[in-house]
Design a protein around this ligand. Structure first.
Ligand SMILES: Cc1cc2nc3c(=O)[nH]c(=O)nc-3n(C[C@H](O)[C@H](O)[C@H](O)COP(=O)(O)OP(=O)(O)OC[C@H]3O[C@@H](n4cnc5c(N)ncnc54)[C@H](O)[C@@H]3O)c2cc1C
Length: 390
């Protein structure tokens, strides 16, 4: 029987301490400077790569640390709890999961050790398209087999870190939607070598976004990719990526927990120290109670995140828990962010306080990698058995 116990205290103290020491070197000024210039936090990513943290989930036989998803969560949570942002590189930790689970022995041997060392960056995942959005199975990008290669045409949007990736997982339709039984059939997943593809049928254009997230539009016109780029069997790609999506949801839920804890700590400190009307503002219930509520909500979300991680690490089905954990943690972070904004009053808007940047950043997790409504639709239909709403 696998271990399904849920830790009631923070696990992986050594990892948290090690990551915390790295984060101390990247203060609010560093992140604000990059935010203004819309630049990639290369030094921060290099520091995490050199320390091996981004290879935490890659098995030891391929040069990684072989740790469970809960340990990866501890890394990302710590980064966010200190006021840093892991979004520039978190996908290097988990995008390889599809390759690890469904790639051929040759593909794994060829790529995983280099991904583990950081020599190859696999941190872009091309799913979303401008005309189909959340309706993933209707995606229009087509890959047509022509002898020893596939010819790919299509367009993607909001593809993060493509400019800072050597490899990208690409989801494309290999059998037209009107020729398959289930709409999730006929979609395949490819490992595209961006170093060869850019300028040869694939163009990356940076998208100007409200947060510094290195997200892009991708235009694909008559791109040739070798048949060896296909992961697993043709037409089964949608199912392959679902596993990886559970890992992503659990890890992003940890980031949201980190964000929530950052806001609660900062708001509590400020509420204790800021004196107006002759008393600390934290003495007013209108300031104190929202912070206390945010704390309670964060602790509750943390329990479900731990449950989802325990199920994932035990190899059990965890779709419901991973989705609900991501929903509750993102909600807890957003309410903590709003509470911190209100607690800091006018100073919340002063960039040097490090509140408004994190407030903008944590709002993303209501929308990506899956939006709140899509999670509620999943829970309504698949967990509770109500009719499909779309
Ligand atoms: C900064 C950023 C980074 C991203 N990074 C990536 C990435 O690296 N790779 C990638 O593939 N994608 C990425 N995305 C895309 C993201 O995962 C979302 O899936 C995507 O934005 C949703 O598509 P859309 O914006 O077209 O929304 P739409 O599908 O147009 O939806 C708009 C709104 O309507 C709601 N809605 C739509 N249909 C229904 C329905 N049937 N029932 C209830 N509500 C519904 C949605 O929940 C949403 O709130 C990123 C997005 C952002 C903003």
């Amino acid at each position: 029987m696998p271990d399904l116990s849920i830790p009631l205290t923070d696990q992986w103290p050594d990892i948290r301490a090690g990551v915390g020491r790295i984060c101390e070197r990247f203060d609010n000024d560093y992140w604000n400077r990059l935010d203004r210039a819309s630049e990639y936090p290369q030094e921060f990513v290099d520091a995490l790569t050199e320390a091996g943290y981004l290879a935490a989930l890659i098995p030891e036989q391929y040069g990684g640390a072989g740790l469970p998803v809960a340990a990866g969560g501890a890394i990302l949570e710590t980064i966010h709890a200190t006021g840093c942002n892991a979004a520039a590189c978190h996908a290097q930790m988990y995008t390889m999961g599809t390759l690890l689970k469904h790639g051929s022995p040759e593909q794994k041997q060829r790529y995983l050790p280099a991904i583990a060392s950081g020599a190859l960056r696999l941190q872009a995942f091309g799913v979303t398209e401008p005309t189909t959005g959340s309706d993933t199975t209707q995606l229009k990008t087509r890959a047509v087999r022509r002898g020893d290669h596939y010819l790919v045409n299509g367009q993607k949007v909001f593809i993060s870190r493509a400019e800072q990736s050597d490899l990208m997982l690409l989801l494309a339709r290999t059998t037209p939607a009107d020729q398959v039984k289930r709409r999730s059939d006929g979609i395949s997943v490819f490992l595209v070598d961006l170093r060869q593809a850019v300028g040869n049928g694939l163009e990356i254009r940076k998208l100007d976004a409200a947060i510094n997230h290195s997200t892009n539009e991708i235009f694909i016109e008559n791109l040739k990719i070798p048949v060896e780029s296909l992961i697993g069997e043709e037409g089964k790609g949608f199912r392959y990526i679902l596993d990886g999506m559970n890992a992503e949801r659990i890890l992003i839920a940890h980031e949201s927990l980190g964000d929530a804890r950052y806001f609660i700590r900062r708001a509590t400190e400020y509420a204790n120290q800021r004196v107006v009307f002759g008393r600390p503002i934290g003495q007013n219930q209108g300031i104190q109670f929202p912070i206390a509520r945010a704390h309670a909500e964060t602790e509750a979300a943390a329990l479900l995140v731990a449950k989802a991680a325990a199920l994932f690490d035990a190899g059990q089905a965890c779709g419901a828990e991973a989705n609900m954990a991501k929903l509750l943690a993102a909600d807890a972070a957003w309410r903590a962010a709003e509470t911190a904004m209100q607690t800091f009053g006018g100073y919340a808007f002063a960039r040097e306080y490090g509140i408004e940047r994190k407030w903008r950043e944590c709002r993303l997790y209501q929308t990506a990698p899956i939006s709140t409504n899509m999670i509620l639709a999943y829970v309504g239909q698949h967990v509770l058995g109500m009719p499909r709403s779309y």
